[in-house]
Design a binder for this molecule. Sequence first.
Ligand code: HEM
Ligand SMILES: [Cu+2]
Length: 647
Amino acid sequence: MDLEKFKVHGEPLIYGAMISIALATIGILVGLTYFKKWGYLWREWLTTVDHKKIGIMYILAALLMLFRGGVDALMMRLQTAAPEMKFLDAQHYNEVFTTHGLIMILFMAMPFIIGLMNVIIPLQIGARDVAFPRLNAVSFWLFFMGAMLLNISFVVGGSPDAGWSAYFPLASIEFSPTVGNNYYSLALQISGIGTLITGVNFIVTILKMRAPGMTLMKMPMFTWSVLITNIIIVFAFPVLTVALALMMFDRLFGSQFFTMANGGMDMLWANLFWVWGHPEVYIVILPAFGIYSEIIATFSKKNLYGYKSMVFSMVIISLLSFLVWAHHFYTMGQGVMVNSFFSITTMAIAVPTGVKIFNWLFTLRKGRITFTTPMLYTLAFIPIFTIGGVTGVMLAMASADYQYHNTMFLVAHFHYVLIPGAVFAVIAGFHYWFPKVFGFRLNERLGKHAFWWIIISFNVTFFPMFFLGLMGMTRRMYTYSEETGFGPLNMLSFVGALGLAIGFVILVYNIYWSTRYMPRDTTGDPWDARTLEWATPSPIPAYNFAIVPKVKSLDPFWESKQKNVPLYEDKITKIHLPNNTGKPFILGVIFFFLGFFLVFSMWIPAVVAGIGVLIMLGAMSFDRDEGFYVSAKEVEATEKKLRGETV
Ligand code: HEM
Ligand SMILES: [Cu+2]
């Protein structure tokens, strides 16, 4: 066999990455063996079907990917910090911005959101788990293995290099002959199937598993946003599935779907990609709106202003999100009528979004506001996201976009939308729900330090990019000459990126510090919050609610505290829970190998792995799990212990 194709050559960076990956892997293996943790890892995590643990694994993976995507970002900013830098060559710059974009959106923002939604949604609706706990584990392992597959591309065979949007013909085998874009088509496919399954699982969970009395219009806003998001997932992801399959055929088997010759259509890719890609942005941003709504209500001590219009505007946004995709390529020549249509639909999205912004402002009005860390991120989100939105309307004007298109102005715009609209939200949600999951708060002082570093540095990094774009600097440009005058603003942006890195380091340090020193919270409700998840003890027992709550109003927990409305009317009885299973993990591993073999066109191993997948699917279909019961006595004892009473 030709081993040459697995190797990546040339850069000290890559050798460095190889060595650090090898060292980290050896470190983890040795550590697990030394501390005898293999059994624990398998029993408690790899085979778990508990939505809370699956959620935590999603979030850990997302934090890891935030680090990877962040290092990519720093490398890009260093390379462009001054004219004629020689840090990365053109090919590596291409690979770095491609993996940065892919990882940040698909393997950081989305899993972070899905992680929070896993942990919180069943609690918010008063359920004991998601509708299909085992399928939930399948979702996680497919996502995780897809992410790993993309990540090894940097050191095995080479990364994708045609941008995160992988436009054809650039991404075709002719112009991108390395295995990089094979990784793209397979890694995204595997994790995308996982996401699609999540979509189905959460729609069913929210529609069927709500506590008695919780009508649709009594659902917390985060639950609403997640329901709508998962409906978008179910409609958008199949488009990606098909597009990626066709891409794989083109690259591996020489079909001609997206080529420019033999009847292929390169523009078809751009259309399919963005029919998925634009809704995808809303998949990460709508849950963020939900998170902010919860936080604003809690820390203003008021119920959310304009509940119905909040829901209605999310529904409108979700519909419009499918009708705007061509705004990504006004310049590709589809004519005035088409461009006008997409221009108008795009600008129309600003209306429901504006409604939400005003609702948040009205919720704040006359509220008793406490400036906690999650609240600070929420308050910072409002003006920063508005800058993103307003520049979006500028880009939406087709004729003006002929100037802005593919310049750094666009890069500035989408970071101004995505970072407050997704990253700040997950950080805020992380701080907000952390005590629920782990039973203690994160340190507020460190949290605020990190906040100021991140907020200020964010603006220092990205605001100059608006001007760079207007000066004519295009995106994906790996270097420029002195005469362009792009130097100083790029240097400023690099300094900002360093500040962002410092902010994130403080954030991670805070997790470490708080784990060691923060006092435990036994109330289960450290923020005096409103929704049902806060009615459980923290950390949350495996069965969530000892007694399923009865819901009579919006913000039922708040009502129960304020007006002494009882939440629980039944007695504690035995609770039924599903057993753990190793099959989803094994399925994920086989999928990983199937993907890997296909990337390198190793047909026989690929067929074997494919058969392995089918066998696993068969085995899982005929699996019968009777589950097990936790006795009423055990439930009572656990409740007492978690509430800090002695048994
Ligand atoms: C943490 C700080 C971040 C920095 C400093 C940063 C920096 C950059 C830069 C400089 C580029 C453009 C490179 C070029 O066109 O030459 C870029 C592209 C991109 N970034 Fe970020 N970024 C950050 C975070 C994020 C986040 C959180 C997301 C998404 C959630 C994101 C998504 C993207 C995407 C989709 C691209 C386009 C990639 C492509 O052109 O194919 N970035 N980023
Ligand atoms: Cu779009």
